[in-house]
Design a protein around this ligand. Structure first.
Ligand code: HH2
Length: 302
């Protein structure tokens, strides 16, 4: 979908098409020593596989595996170190039978992950490192997620001022998506993500969720990752382990504004919340359909 006529209805990934009529949950698997909420817990390949299996049992539709933390201030790791962490985990996660996305900005790591069975590239740099990841997605058919980030994880919170955060993020993502399509990707292969917490203030994060419909209007599948992030901690004054309710609130409102893929740690809770929210949306849409056309127009719905 690239038509600019509202939220996308499907997302093409390597070897499959994901229907977006039901919220899609991407369970987070961080194979890192230093991620902000679960660093060090899943470095052991067996613990990692078991956690991924638990997330699938709890309702994850795909697993997003990352081996380089992007928390504010995090140090970059080499491609060799990233692959050393990913390799023992990827094939066993692939065997769980759900699509696997690899959260990396490095072409070499993405290529190896796709060879090992991954079917999505999650690029938090939004192609700022060049077109290589888009060319790889075009060549392999892998789904591509382009996320907005200002600067690098080390520098991204240095300047979080924007004239209009939503317009700027949407423009940057539209340009990156155009680059991917120029590189040979199909429009319905390329998802976008506003990058909650990546170079944004508290107000910026909240406004991006509040006005997410402006991003979804592009017709690109919209990913969002508010899970346990610090804007929730700032609002509620609670540590990452106590941000489930805040995560759910952000996901439900993002769904209502057109987000379709939700990258989360707490799969069971978010799955249940989003399934209920979606059922309510459907009931509302069905009621609108039943109303005579004149009444719909009077109520302001076409
Ligand atoms: N957030 C994080 C990492 N990858 N990818 C996308 N598409 N969207 C996000 O919002 C996003 C992402 C950061 O969260 P996490 O993986 O939990 O922590 P860390 O970067 O410290 O490993």
């Amino acid at each position: 979908m690239s038509g600019g006529d509202g939220p996308a209805i499907r997302w093409r990934i390597r070897g499959a098409t994901i229907a977006l009529d039901r919220p899609v949950i991407a369970g987070i698997l961080n194979v890192t020593p230093d991620s902000f909420s679960d660093g060090g817990r899943f470095l052991d390949p067996v613990a990692a596989r078991d956690h991924a299996a638990d997330m699938v049992a709890e309702g994850a539709d795909l697993i997003d595996v990352g081996a380089e933390s992007t928390r504010p201030g995090a140090e970059a790791v080499s491609a060799a170190e990233e692959w050393r962490r990913l390799e023992p985990v990827l094939s066993s996660v692939v065997r769980l039978g759900v699509p696997v996305s690899v959260d990396t900005v490095k072409g070499e790591v993405a290529r190896r992950a796709l060879d090992a069975g991954a079917s999505i590239i999650n690029d938090v740099s939004g192609l700022r490192g060049g077109r290589a990841l888009a060319e790889l997605a075009a060549r392999t058919g892998a789904g591509l997620v382009l996320m907005h980030m200002r600067g690098t994880p080390r520098s991204m919170q240095d300047d979080t001022r924007y004239d209009d955060v939503v317009r700027e993020v949407a423009a940057v993502l539209a340009s990156a998506r155009g680059t991917a399509i120029d590189a040979g990707c199909e429009p319905d292969q390329v998802a976008v993500d506003p990058g909650i917490g990546f170079g944004k203030s508290l107000e910026g994060n909240l406004e991006l969720i509040a006005r997410l419909d402006e991003l979804a209007a592009s017709g690109a599948p919209v990913w969002i990752g508010p899970s346990r992030k610090s804007f929730l901690g700032t609002l509620l004054e609670v540590p990452p382990s106590e941000r489930i309710e805040g995560t759910i609130a952000a996901c439900v409102l993002a769904l209502a504004r057109g987000a379709r893929v939700f990258r989360v740690h707490d799969v069971r809770a978010v799955r249940r919340a989003l399934d209920v929210a979606r059922a309510i949306e459907r009931a509302g849409a069905a009621a609108d359909e039943r109303r005579p056309v004149g009444a719909r127009e009077a109520a302001g719905t076409p």
